[in-house]
Design a protein around this ligand. Structure first.
Ligand SMILES: Nc1ncnc2c1ncn2[C@@H]1O[C@H](COP(=O)(O)OP(=O)(O)OP(=O)(O)O)[C@@H](O)[C@H]1O
Length: 597
């Protein structure tokens, strides 16, 4: 994970303050006005008391009372407006930050997602962005409020009696040393709590996704205990945080109480000695009381600030991670009509981490040919697909489509001409129609993809028929408009696979890649679907990855991959005759089928 420096973080914090400067400045002006008006009140109270002492002047007292009410109303209105502007700014920062984060996540390399848990990422997008909002709204508001309140009140206190003001300030330096110490601990503990919260989100997310496995292995009890342990840890860390925060708040309350104590001890003596009038004493006390709330609130605000900073760091860790799979500076134009679909792997090697998943892989796949890739599990077949789709870039060698290195092509244009049906089909919580049209609609809306044109007849049903799902769909409650996923029906593995095949066919790809895409249908259904797909495959380059050998006689060529290397290639008959890895895999497959009956 990227280390976020203090300078980089502060620069980012300033960026959002600058972006919504008008909101923050207007809010700040209303805060000044709030304090200015509120701090006029003690002076009026003092004058009213002086008036009483010099013989009761009811008309004068009424005047002061009307002033005090007017000032209180004015301060109240200014307070509301200050909050409207500053809280709105906080919401706008939250909106921007969440959008930026989501946009950046969409661009990050696939490998980054493998290194992070989904729960942790979700926690950053939801909880952490919210904590940053509070930093901009609550923390800014109270810090400015405290500074303004102190500046205005101290000014008035000094004007009234500078010696008494100095007495009031005596406890401050000592208490502030303690506060610095507490804040350091608070920051560390806040980060720990946020990490624990992420762990909880991750565990919930993982358990919900894997609920079927948990139930199958009757692991509910174990998972509940594990979750409890995680939750207990979270509570323990939170209790530590609350203790530190409590210490901070107590210190700030002590600070505000100290002022009142000084006033009572010193001020009262001076009143008795005749050095301070009762009116001045009350006025002075009014300022100290007015400062009590901002001082006490400062403890809480500092913890909101710290939590916001810790959350900002977690967000910036994501935002500062650079995607390496990006568009080239000057992409090579893809000719129209799209491509013929000739593929070359030239000495390609790729490692996810330490050891090579693909080693020195070279092959030529002619345009319009049907090529199968077979090999033992974990031999690197899906990795080859990932490399072709530029989900990762090879460390050595290059991949060319129609003679152009795919790293020199605009990503979306390159990917738009691939129709990839992944090993694990994924359907969104939407209707079957929208699931099938997922990539197609986006390309249709893009004027640059003129190769697709909407026929008057909906092509969705046509591709669903090609994928062999039309019969199943007619039995669904709302046919093609049936919702799937969280809000709808659950499709079988084979049905899901066929929806994703239809999704890939609809974009009319130049290169169709079926990565074990028929593993969940039976042999006969597979043959039927392949019969439907024959016409589709004839019109484009097809890469067909499979563990079943029944379909391989349809292929022009079969590539045999072992431990990331291309070890054999030829037709089904040639490879059987060769008697190598392919023949061995074929034997295994036969044996397995016999055993399964
Ligand atoms: N995201 C990843 N991070 C690290 N290693 C990975 C990752 N994905 C795959 N691998 C490793 O790379 C190797 C090749 O995996 P790949 O999925 O390409 O094999 P495969 O031939 O498609 O397997 P299968 O037939 O089981 O689908 C395996 O050793 C696998 O453990």
């Amino acid at each position: 994970m990227i280390d976020v420096t203090r300078a980089a973080r502060n620069q980012r914090i300033r960026l959002y303050f600058k972006r919504y400067a008008l909101h923050f400045v207007i809010g700040g002006i209303f805060l000044v006005l709030t304090n200015y008006l509120a701090l006029e009140i003690p002076g009026r109270v003092g004058l009213a008391i002086e008036g009483m002492q010099n013989g009761v002047d009811l008309a004068g007292i009424k005047d002061h009372a009307i002033w005090i009410i007017g000032l209180a109303i004015g301060a109240g209105i200014a307070r509301i407006l200050s909050r409207v502007y500053i809280f709105n700014a906080g919401r706008l920062v939250e909106y921007d930050l969440r959008n930026e984060l989501f946009e950046h996540l969409a661009k990050l390399n696939l490998s980054w997602f493998s290194s992070m848990s989904t729960g942790d990422i979700t926690s950053r997008v939801s909880n952490d962005v919210n904590f940053v909002r509070l930093l901009y709204a609550i923390a800014y508001l109270h810090v400015i409020n405290t500074v303004v309140a102190y500046a205005l009140a101290l000014n008035k206190m000094v004007a009234l009696d500078w010696k008494l003001t100095l007495f009031c300030l005596i406890p401050y330096p000592i208490i502030f040393i303690g506060v610095r110490f507490i804040i350091h601990k608070l920051f560390k503990q806040t980060k720990i709590v946020q990490t624990e919260l992420s762990k909880i989100s991750s565990r919930v997310q993982e358990n919900l996704t894997g609920i079927q496995v948990i139930k199958t292995y009757t692991l509910e009890g174990r998972e509940i205990s594990r979750f409890k342990a995680l939750n207990e840890n979270f509570v323990e860390e939170n209790i530590k945080l609350v203790t530190i925060r409590g210490g901070l708040q107590a210190t700030m309350t002590l600070l505000s109480g100290a002022g009142t104590l000084v006033i009572l001890l010193v001020g009262a003596n001076w009143v008795v000695a005749g050095n301070l009038s009762v009116g001045q004493f009350v006025e002075f006390n009014g300022y100290v009381v007015a400062l009590a709330f901002p001082t006490m609130g400062l403890g809480w605000v500092l913890s909101v600030w710290n939590r916001g900073i810790a959350a900002f760091d977690r967000i910036l860790e994501v935002l500062f991670t650079k995607p390496t799979i990006e568009d080239p500076a000057e992409p090579v134009a893809i000719p129209r009509p799209a491509v013929s679909g000739q593929i070359s792997f030239e000495g390609v090697s790729f490692a996810y981490d330490q050891s090579d998943a693909i080693s020195d892989f070279s092959v030529e796949i002619p345009a319009g040919s049907k090529v199968a890739i077979v090999g033992r599990t974990g031999s690197g077949k899906s990795t080859l697909v990932g490399l072709l789709a530029r989900l990762f870039d090879p460390q050595h060698g290059r991949i060319l489509v129609d003679g152009v290195d795919i790293r020199d092509l605009e990503l979306r244009r390159h990917r738009a001409r691939l129709g990839v049906v992944p090993q694990d089909p994924f359907l969104f919580s939407m209707t079957i129609r929208n699931n099938v049209r997922f990539g197609y609609d986006a390309q249709l809306d893009d004027p640059e993809f003129s190769r697709l044109s909407e026929d008057s007849a909906d092509p969705t049903l046509k591709v669903l028929a090609k994928a062999g799902l039309d019969q199943d769909i007619s039995s669904f409650p709302q046919g093609i408009e049936t919702q799937v996923g969280e809000r709808g029906i659950t499709l079988s593995g084979g049905q899901k696979q066929r929806v994703t095949i239809a999704r890939a066919l609809l974009v009319e790809p130049s290169i169709l890649i079926l990565d074990d895409a028929l593993s969940s249908v039976d042999n006969q259904t597979e043959q039927e679907i392949l019969d439907h797909l024959d016409e589709v495959m004839d019109a484009r380059t097809t890469i067909f990855i499979t563990h079943r050998f029944s379909a391989l006689s349809r292929m022009d060529r079969i590539l045999v991959v072992d431990e990331g290397r291309l070890v054999e290639q030829g037709t089904h008959e040639e490879l059987l005759a060769f008697g190598g890895v392919y023949a061995e895999l074929n034997e295994h497959q036969k044996l397995k089928e016999e055993l399964e009956g």
